[in-house]
Design a protein around this ligand. Structure first.
Ligand code: FAD
Length: 486
């Protein structure tokens, strides 16, 4: 039999479930990646993610060539290209790693139908998550909608599956063992970024490295500081988190390997700090995949339907406030620095994602979906499930979300998590000469202090676009409609 492995958001050969299954089950295995024309055409012509994918595919091609096959790289509509290629190569089964997003599920159904017309199967494997959407259920057999019991059940299931495994659960799929099963295919050209209509970003703008090797390097670096993660992860000025999210997004790292490393460190450290907090974050990732799968209506609607009755700000003034938020011009330094981090690098620290999301929804009264869409366009690690989950958490509309009356104060968040103002100074050099007491709320300074720091509010730094205390009151009123319905 002949098989075809269709790579999508799993751009690695290391520990790749679909690749392993295909090699094991068939003596002649081809590999393909398709740059999806429909997705790419909707993106801005300078896009870090496309460049990241391009670099990763290029590296994967080299890696696969070294172990025995040629990765075919196409540009087009995968619902046409995959059945066409499979028919041309007389493939019996196309292997993929399962994708949980509604649009991807639909795409795969169309491909499956196309393949069925010549008796070719589509075989989907679990690779993106540790536990599949229906593998962790409540005692009543229902999907969870609260994180802590889900996490406990998740850990219990992992413990039961790893019982007696001396190697901390992880054994990578032995790809090399079946290398003789790779089909020889004539090398074809890979489409360049410019042929697909994209500009190549220089290193300064790109600020990323695609591929498995770059992912492994980040992981190695993170493992030297994983024990401090529990404390360090909340402070955007320091190197606390792993920065692996974009690699998880495109599968240049294996989630199974990451979890095994977290477990190894938990066992070594024998404490509840660091590694176990990080493991919890990886479990949040599985949790949101599961939530999206069981509740596809969260795309566009509140998880808690009564919250859809909330009246958000509208009209030109809402549009202007939203634009100020996007541009990092709200007059709240931590919010502005965070938005500039996103605009300039495509990354935003987790603490700051919570702060800016809360600010947009609960200080400016703007619909969380506007912020969700902006993040979707700009985040390197944009993932529908985690992004939607994060936004609905901040807007209090989601499952297991922040209660609506808990409203972040952007000034105290700034004082607490960027105490010295180091992060703010990195992105707002015009505030650099303010001391740690002044930097969080420059409008509170006297004219003499402002002049001394060379700040002219309204000229080189904006006046605050809302007063937090008033906004807070307005938000409580706005959300009271929910109480009346519930
Ligand atoms: P680390 O702290 O090192 O965490 C390790 C990994 O755990 C992350 O890479 C990620 O895969 C996972 N993770 C961590 N926190 C969460 C979480 N709350 N939910 C789900 N998975 C998590 N994460 C995305 O991957 N894509 C998104 O589009 C996204 N949008 C977000 C939007 C908002 C409003 C909020 C509040 C959070 C969002 N997150 C998103 C979650 C989180 O902010 C990022 O995963 C994290 O900042 C990525 O940085 P890191 O890899 O250095 O994280």
């Amino acid at each position: 039999t002949k098989s075809l492995v269709w790579f999508r958001r799993d751009l690695r050969h290391f520990d790749n479930a679909a690749l392993y299954q295909a090699l094991k089950q068939s003596p002649s295995c081809y590999c393909v990646f398709v740059f999806d024309k429909t997705i790419l055409q909707a993106l801005p012509k300078r896009d870090r993610r496309v460049q990241f994918i391009h670099q990763s595919v290029q590296e994967l091609r080299e890696e696969l060539a070294a172990i025995g096959t040629h990765l075919i790289v196409l540009y087009g509509d995968p619902t046409e290209e995959i059945p066409r290629l499979a028919a041309e190569l007389a493939i019996d089964a196309v292997f993929v790693n399962r994708d949980y997003e509604p649009a991807a599920i639909q795409r795969d159904q169309v491909v499956q139908q196309g393949l069925a017309s010549f008796n070719c199967q589509l075989i989907a494997c679990k690779d993106q998550v540790i536990f599949e959407i229906d593998e962790v259920l409540s005692l009543a057999g229902k999907p969870f909608s609260v994180f802590t019991p889900y996490k406990n059940a998740w850990l219990k299931k992992l413990a039961s599956e790893t019982d007696g495994e001396p190697d901390f659960y992880f054994k990578p799929y032995p790809i090399a063992k079946y290398a003789a099963h790779f089909a020889k295919h004539v090398a074809t050209e890979m489409p360049t970024l410019s042929a697909m209509g994209f500009e190549s970003l220089d290193e300064q703008t790109f600020k990323l490295h695609g591929g498995m090797q770059a992912g492994a390097k980040l992981l190695d670096d993170f493992l030297t500081r994983i024990d401090q993660y529990g404390d360090a992860r909340d402070y955007p000025a320091i190197k606390g988190p792993s920065y692996l999210s974009v690699h998880l997004r495109f599968g240049t790292v294996s989630i199974r390997y990451l979890v095994s490393q977290a477990i190894r460190h938990i066992r070594i450290a024998n404490t509840l700090a660091g590694a176990s907090v990080w493991l919890s974050e990886l479990i949040w990732r599985d949790f949101y995949f599961m939530i999206l799968h069981h509740n596809p209506r969260v795309v566009g609607s509140a998880f808690k339907p009564e919250y859809d009755a909330i009246q958000w700000e509208s009209g030109q003034s809402a549009k202007d406030m939203f634009q100020a938020w996007c541009d990092g011009k709200t007059g709240y330094p931590l919010v502005d620095a965070a938005m500039l981090q996103l605009n300039q690098t495509g990354y935003m620290h987790n603490r700051l994602r919570m702060v800016v999301a809360s600010f947009l929804v609960k200080d400016l009264g703007i619909d969380w979906r506007w912020g969700e869409a902006y993040f979707a366009l700009h985040l390197n690690d944009f993932d529908l499930s985690a992004n939607n989950g994060g936004w609905q958490w901040a807007a209090s509309t989601g499952c297991d979300a922040q209660p609506y009356f808990r409203i972040f104060n952007p000034i105290t968040q700034s004082e607490k998590f960027d105490h010295e103002g180091k992060f703010i100074r990195r992105y707002l050099p015009q505030l650099a000469s303010l001391n740690p007491k002044q930097i969080h709320a420059p409008w509170k300074l006297s004219p003499i202090e402002l002049t001394a720091a060379n700040i002219q509010l309204g000229l080189n730094y904006p006046h605050p676009i809302v007063a937090h205390d008033l906004a807070r009151q307005k938000t409580l009123e706005r959300y009271s409609v929910v109480k009346k319905i519930a």
